[in-house]
Write a protein that binds this ligand. Structure first.
Ligand code: HEM
Length: 428
């Protein structure tokens, strides 16, 4: 990689392999998007299946091109989700194994499952999240979006969009899908932030590496109460579907599996969408011509939502593991090797997107982004996320004529699911 010197702002991609590999796993570089993209642009150009061997982590290969990520994710028999879901320091992987009796996850949810269990558990809720099935929820989602925008209007023309709006609106939508009310929102907010921000001093539970097990234990107690409530009094919500589901052996779903299901829906469904909402507003502020296009032609909004999701790519990676010897990007991959799917990199791939670093609400092929992944694990909530974002931006644009930055935006330090943590704005 010595010859590959790309520049991310003031920062030059390290030429030395050890420093380059450290940069790939350093969560601070994910809070500075120019750095992350400088690293990935280098990889797409020079080493599309890069062998990363950072100190303190199990080695892995970075898959940085759009076509290769699609191919790996589609071939779910050759590339499996278990045993490695995401980037964790070796020390943390060992703690997880010690705490779980040798397993490599703290909760067995859809993302760590493979066929046939994955198919069984995903089928339980898949129908609930189709575009058609979500249509009747549109009015309730719009009420929540209006409430968020009313709240902004009551703040004298200034707020931190992340804290005051973007974090709460998607969480309230998820609570609605689970049939839960406002009394649970602070709890779920805390749990999500602790799970996705273990490296960020502003969101983690504590600096103690075992804190995540306390988070999961606290969440499990809450889930058991939810399962019991939905078995006693079933409703028409997703929690009822999960609580009353059958396991593959025909018996009732185990409480740990129900917990893992609530966990993936509550966490994956909330932080991701709020990151895209904030990043979308920031880009519209930075690109007034794009905002004018949207105001002039509101029919562009669904496409703009895809461009916002492409641009923000809140999920930075998931892993796959080769189940047998194979090849990727023309290079051999041995059984047991781990592959990091770098979604934001796919979404800046010059081979797919013209001028990929330009934000364009009318981008012709914005929908081809891989921010929701691909193949059998494709984001279960993608239609819900897009519906929420479209409605939120419809309401924002209808209510306010002007938006501007009122301070420095900031991003979370996390190499997994991350996005904006501060977006001070003024509006009228
Ligand atoms: C899976 C991204 C919103 C629920 C995923 C994956 C990605 C992703 C990259 C992994 C796909 C793969 O491995 O191929 C996003 C983004 C969102 C978002 C960028 C918002 C902008 C949501 C919402 C929900 C949700 C609103 C609510 C239900 C899930 C679930 C999975 C998943 C349950 C696991 C699917 C499986 O393994 O079968 N998401 N997501 N996500 N997402 Fe989302």
């Amino acid at each position: 990689m010595a010859s590959a010197m790309a520049v991310g702002g003031e920062w030059a991609v390290p030429g030395d392999k050890a420093a380059f590999d450290r940069a790939i796993v350093d969560s601070a570089n994910y809070a500075q998007e120019a750095r992350y993209h400088a690293i990935m642009t280098t990889l797409r150009r020079d080493a599309p299946l890069y062998r990363c061997e950072p100190a303190g982590f199990r080695p892995f290969r970075v898959v940085s091109r759009h076509a290769d990520i699609r191919r790996v994710e589609l071939d779910h028999r050759t590339f499996v989700n278990y045993p490695r879901m995401n980037l964790q320091p070796l020390e943390m992987e060992e703690r997880v194994m010690a705490a779980t009796g040798g397993r490599r996850y703290t909760a067995r949810h859809l993302v760590v499952m493979d066929h046939p269990d994955h198919h069984h558990y995903r089928s339980l809720t898949q129908r609930w999240f189709t575009a058609k099935q979500l249509r009747p929820l549109e009015d309730r989602i719009r009420e929540l979006a209006r409430e968020a925008v009313d709240d902004m209007a009551a703040r004298d023309g200034a707020c931190d969009f992340v804290h005051d709006v973007a974090l709460w609106f998607p969480l309230r939508v998820i609570l609605m899908t689970l049939g839960l009310g406002r009394e649970d929102e602070k709890f779920l907010m805390k749990i999500t932030q602790e799970i996705f921000g273990p490296d960020d001093p502003d969101s983690r539970r504590s600096a103690d590496p075992n804190a995540r097990f306390e988070t999961i234990a606290e969440f499990s107690r809450w889930c058991d109460a939810l399962t019991a409530a939905r078995r006693d009094a079933p409703g028409d919500d997703v929690a009822t579907v999960i609580a009353n589901a059958a396991a593959p052996d025909g018996g009732p779903i185990a409480s740990v599996d129900a917990m893992a299901y609530y966990l993936i829906i509550a966490t994956a469904g909330h932080d991701t969408t709020s990151s895209s909402a904030s990043a979308g507003l920031l880009e519209l502020i930075r690109h007034p011509a794009e905002l004018r296009k949207l105001r002039a032609d509101p029919a562009l909004l669904p496409n703009a939502v895809d461009e916002i999701v492409r641009w923000s790519s809140p999920v930075k990676h998931f892993f796959r593991t080769a189940a047998s010897d194979t090849e990727v990007a023309g290079e051999p991959v041995a059984a047991g090797e781990h592959l990091m799917m770098a979604y934001p990199s796919a979404n800046r791939d010059e081979a797919v997107f013209d001028d990929p670093f330009a934000f364009r609400v009318d981008r012709r092929n914005a929908r081809e982004h891989l921010a929701f992944g691909y193949g059998p694990h494709l984001c279960l909530g993608q239609h819900l996320a897009k519906l929420e974002l479209r409605i939120l931006f419809e309401e924002l644009l209808a209510r306010f004529d002007r938006f501007e930055l009122a301070g420095e935006p900031a991003w979370t330090q996390s190499s997994f699911v991350s996005g904006m943590k501060r977006l001070p704005i003024r509006y009228a």
